[in-house]
Design a protein around this ligand. Structure first.
Ligand code: F6P
Length: 328
């Protein structure tokens, strides 16, 4: 078993509330176990640019409540190339780093897995940190709970206006490949329809559903459209519906990046702490190329390959089933 002595931690891809509690847990668990910890700024970009600094237990004080990530993050194209990986590896070696904790989503894990296969002497553990909740092996990813609550708060406010004016609102939420936020927020806010990348909704069916609602004396309607829905985007959907549903005044709201910010919820603070703690313990136990995740309220390991297996990932069938029934 490879014995580790110095861990690097980074956050990569889209920021997610809960990343800071996770960084704190990684740093303090490592120090508690006599390991050194290095923080890498801006994810893989920082590895390539040699932008890293030694962290101590006070360097993560008072960050539990902060959104974003104190390490900063980036989407780094050069890390996809061999040249970028070679440079990153050299920098890690120069610092005497023998293990890496990467906090991020599918893009982050894809990079981590490739890197780790190329350089198996650096142990790698992934922490699922993305508001998209689209990784296998963790029922929840860091940031999903906070982001969904942020979306719910915004939609509740829009519902007040929709109701006051008898309007139909189309609201776009994040999720390029994932309808997780749309589905949860939609059920929580009583959306009349939810359009998701995982399930094709025919515009004709949507129109029929909205017309039924109107003849059933609904004073307002909300349709949530996930960013990755295949009908061409929220404005196209709204335009197609407006042509057929004349008696509603239609408005469009794109919630955008406000969904990623904000202080992490209690759930995300605990999850971040548990996952960070488990990630370091997994490295100490000699694990590599694995993700720590939450399954039935236990923290378990899944291979990074399995975590990235999108074909196996499914939204909850009962939630999908109840959308139309609960909004009649
Ligand atoms: O991966 C998280 C996410 O918020 C997606 O839901 C969204 O499609 C994407 O990031 C947006 O990324 P960026 O902030 O780089 O535009």
């Amino acid at each position: 078993m490879q014995k580790i002595s110095k861990i690097a931690v980074l956050t990569s891809g889209g920021d997610a509330p809960g990343m800071n509690p996770c960084i704190r847990a990684v740093v303090r668990t490592a120090i508690y176990n006599g390991l050194k910890v290095v923080g890498v700024r801006q994810g893989y970009k920082g590895l390539i640019e040699n932008d890293m600094y030694e962290m101590d237990k006070r360097s993560v004080s008072n960050i539990l409540n902060l959104g974003g990530t104190i390490l900063k993050t980036a989407r780094c194209l050069p890390f996809k190339e061999d040249e970028g990986m070679v440079t990153a590896y050299q920098h890690l070696k120069e610092h005497g780093i023998d293990a890496l904790v990467v906090i991020g989503g599918d893009g982050t894990f894809t990079g981590a897995l490739r890197f780790s296969k190329k350089y198996p002497d650096i142990a790698v553990i992934g922490v699922p940190g993305t508001i998209d909740n689209d990784l296998c092996g963790s029922t929840y990813t860091l940031g999903f709970d906070t982001a969904t609550n942020t979306v719910i708060e915004a939609i509740d406010k829009i519902r007040d206006t929709a109701d006051a004016h008898d309007r139909l609102f189309f609201i776009e939420v994040m999720g390029r490949d994932s309808g997780a936020i749309a589905l949860r927020a939609g059920i929580s806010c009583g959306a009349e329809a939810i359009l998701l990348p995982e399930k094709q909704t025919a515009i004709d069916d949507l129109i029929r559903n909205l017309k039924d609602g109107s003849s059933n004396k609904k004073s307002s309607s909300i349709v949530i459209v996930a960013e990755g829905d295949k009908n061409g985007g929220v404005y196209d959907v709204a335009k197609a519906v407006q042509k057929e549903v004349k008696d509603y005044d239609i408005k469009v709201t794109i919630l955008g990046h406000l969904q990623r910010g904000g202080s992490p919820s209690s759930f995300d603070r605990i999850l971040g702490s548990r996952l960070g703690y488990a990630a370091v313990n997994a490295l100490i136990a000699g694990e590599t190329q694995k993700m720590v995740g939450l399954q039935a309220n236990h923290i378990l390991l899944t291979s990074l390959e399995e975590a990235l297996n999108h074909h196996e990932f499914k939204l909850e069938a009962d939630l999908l089933e109840m959308v139309d029934i609960l909004s009649i």
